[in-house]
Design a protein around this ligand. Structure first.
Ligand code: GLN
Length: 470
């Protein structure tokens, strides 16, 4: 069986556009997905994938050239793929079939990519370790007793583990970048509004963004160029030209790379060393290092767990056994239908978030929590605006540690929440950010570094990443 780490989206598309068979490519990916030992893949779509591959072969034979011709892709299980199941890895959506399709999925398919499977994730994208899924945990492809990160753990493990060269994830507070970092691939959260969220099962609507996991920067740019653009079905999608498919060379020459001294405090030493290496590499690539500070970043996790839970409590109210989702049997009245359906369908972490979210939004507490959080959110946005007057990109760690052991943080939600201490601020500010692989720690576990850029500077962000990975 061929391992797709030897290849990438660009090479597959070039070969298929030149006459190689998409069906053969997809067949090989299906075999890898079916042999997956990490529990990254929860559902393989053999029949529809082969039919879609055949359709791509027919389009090429008819003279079309497609940017992602024959590229096998897995979707995080919170994106609607019409006529296929979608559950957000929650019991509450067991048996639900998507009646329509996410715009991101349509765009990938139009570009020639073939959806082969659904990827495991934390229930409703709430988690940092992929341990809250109703399908069970995912193993890190590098070390089977360790977590892959979350919430898009299955997507990251699929790409880093060589099942597919491309996976889609969603990122509300770090769920693309943190698992990319812990598994050893590239994960991009585009600017808020760059990619339509139509058909994404909503978690925190002012924070959610869809983005790709890839093995190369060029692939991330190519996929972003396919996914980006205005969608009249998503009023938050920006009406501006999509980023170009290529990545500029010398992306750091003459650029100012900001770094935050406070980010180094408490870092695992191997991660701190990788950051130092990257800073040296940036200088070699012609960049100037600038010390910056984000004074309100220390409140980002607290702000996020007010804003995201508030939004989640509202978004998840539709799963009530009547509109959507599992319905309890034998309820005596409507109140029991709601309460028992939700009691039976949701897992513990989702319930914790709903409780917290309804509390912070409730009359009497709204001003003290939600309103205050939104005020601090504005200060965080202002911090970034000030920093981006002094630098072009910000370089830092993606995660304070490399992949931890399964079960290590499950009993301590606060420790789990701190896994995203470096990634959350980008969602609060709506700026683009990515994680690039930057070597391994002393145990061979992948390390990822985090790059952030101003809103809609996604292309410059990718160019900087390319220079760092060169
Ligand atoms: N880990 C964070 C959380 O648990 C972020 C999740 C995400 O980005 N979807 O909420």
């Amino acid at each position: 069986m061929t391992d797709c780490r030897k290849t990438d989206c660009q090479s597959i598309a070039a070969a298929v556009n030149a006459g190689a068979s998409a069906t053969v490519e997809v067949e090989a990916a299906l075999a890898r997905a079916e042999a997956d030992s990490t529990n990254a893949i929860i559902r393989v779509y053999r029949d529809t994938a082969l039919a879609a591959a055949k359709a791509v072969d027919a389009r090429i034979a008819a003279g079309e050239q497609l940017p992602l011709a024959g590229v096998p892709v897995v979707l995080k299980d919170n994106m609607c793929y019409q006529d296929h199941p979608v559950t957000a890895c929650s019991k509450i959506l067991a048996g639900f079939t998507a009646p329509y399709q996410a715009t991101a999925v349509t765009k990938l398919r139009d570009a020639g990519a073939v959806v082969i499977a659904a990827a495991n994730m934390d229930e409703f994208a709430m988690g940092s370790s992929n341990e809250t899924s109703c399908y069970g945990p995912v193993s890190n492809p590098v070390a089977s007793d360790r977590i892959p990160g979350g919430s898009s753990g299955g997507s990251a493990a699929s790409v880093a583990g060589g099942i597919t060269p491309l996976a889609l994830g969603s990122d509300t507070g770090g769920s693309i970048r943190q698992p990319a970092s812990l598994c050893g691939c590239l994960g991009l959260k585009p600017t808020y509004g760059c990619v339509s969220r139509y058909g994404l099962l909503a978690f925190g609507s002012s924070l959610d963004q869809i983005g790709p996991f890839t093995t190369t920067v060029e692939d991330a740019a190519l996929v972003l160029s396919v996914l980006a653009g205005h969608d009249k079905a998503d009023s938050t999608s920006a009406n501006r030209p999509a980023p170009k498919p290529g990545v500029a060379d010398q992306g750091l020459a003459g650029k100012r790379v900001g770094w935050v001294p406070a980010h180094v405090e408490g870092l695992q030493s191997d991660v701190a060393e990788a950051l130092e290496r990257a800073k040296a590499k940036a200088v070699e690539a012609g960049a100037e290092l600038v010390e910056i500070s984000l004074p309100h970043e220390k409140y980002a996790v607290a702000v996020y767990y007010v804003v995201a839970t508030g939004e989640a409590s509202s978004n998840l109210s539709r799963y009530d056994g009547v509109h959507y989702g599992h319905r309890t049997e034998g309820a005596k009245d409507l109140d029991q239908v709601y309460s028992r359906s939700r009691e039976e369908g949701f897992g513990a972490e989702v319930k914790r978030r709903i409780m917290l979210g309804t509390y912070v939004l409730s009359a009497g507490y709204y001003d003290a929590y939600y309103k205050k959080a939104m005020q601090v959110r504005s200060l965080i946005c202002k911090d970034f605006a000030t920093c981006f007057e002094q630098c072009d990109v910000i370089l830092g760690p993606t995660s304070p540690t490399t992949a931890f052991k399964r079960g290590e943080k499950t009993s301590d939600p606060l420790q789990m929440y701190l896994s995203d201490v470096f990634t959350i601020a980008a969602n609060l500010a709506g700026i683009p950010a990515l994680s690039v692989p930057m070597g391994t720690d002393s145990q061979g576990l992948p390390i990822g570094l985090h790059l952030q850029a101003p809103q809609f500077a996604d292309e410059a962000l990718l160019a900087a990443a390319k220079a760092l990975m060169a």
